[in-house]
Design a protein around this ligand. Structure first.
Ligand code: AMP
Length: 206
């Protein structure tokens, strides 16, 4: 269906570099980057949803699916109404959502998933180091505690990794996420640039 958002999903364990790559790609005209964790962090943390987010994220756990999908939907609506995201022209880069098979199913009616970019970093200790550095820099309390980080890995393996079996194998591309952000970017662009080029040359009718 053409009224679904054409999108690329960024998937990877915590610390694999989804946010870093997503932000870089999002600065290229024709991409719109939306990180679910950033949307949660921007909430008023004294609001009911903000409190829920703190309750779960401080333990390294996922916010329940229904709340997450509803928040995502409202946010997408707002971005579209404000024309920050222009579905006819922009390829949507979703970072950190869906994070469970239930979310993937719930989002199906909104998304036309062109590609699932799986960032792979086999070295868990390297990812933990990245997360602790980032936690200090970006004031992410959930990532400052190693116990919470390890919990996030468990949750990733149990709840998020199965979405890689949910999408058809031919749209899943694996990219090694080890090395500098610029090196990783080269591999990411190899996969993503041709897709964006196609979208750029064939914008949808609004
Ligand atoms: P992130 O910035 O992507 O590492 O996300 C930080 C925290 O936000 C996660 O540990 C979860 O508690 C919550 N979160 C982000 N995205 C989702 C999602 N799609 N589903 C449920 N919880 C999420």
């Amino acid at each position: 269906m053409s009224d679904r958002y054409k999108c690329i999903l960024l998937v990877g364990a915590p610390g694999a570099g989804k946010g870093t790559q997503g932000k870089i790609l999002g600065s290229i005209p024709g991409f719109y980057h939306l990180a679910c964790g950033d949307v949660f962090r921007s909430l008023d943390l004294t609001s009911p949803l903000g409190k829920k987010f703190m309750e779960y994220s401080s333990r390294g756990e996922l916010v329940p699916d229904e709340l997450t999908v509803e928040m995502w939907q409202q946010n997408m609506h707002a971005q579209t109404v404000l024309s920050l995201y222009k579905p006819a022209q922009d390829l949507l880069l979703l970072d950190g959502i869906p994070r469970t098979v239930a979310q993937a199913k719930a989002l199906e009616k909104y998304l036309d998933v062109l590609l699932v970019l799986h960032l792979i970093c086999p070295d868990e200790d390297e990812m933990v180091r990245r997360m602790r550095r980032r936690a200090l820099k970006e004031n992410r309390i959930d990532d400052a505690d190693e116990k919470v980080i390890r919990r996030r890995f468990e949750v990733y393996r149990r709840e998020t990794a199965p979405i890689l079996n949910y999408y058809p194998a031919n749209i899943i591309k694996e990219v090694p996420a080890t090395g500098s952000p610029a090196m990783v970017l080269m591999s990411v662009l190899d996969v993503v640039a041709p897709l964006q080029d196609h979208h750029f040359r064939n914008p949808l009718n609004p």
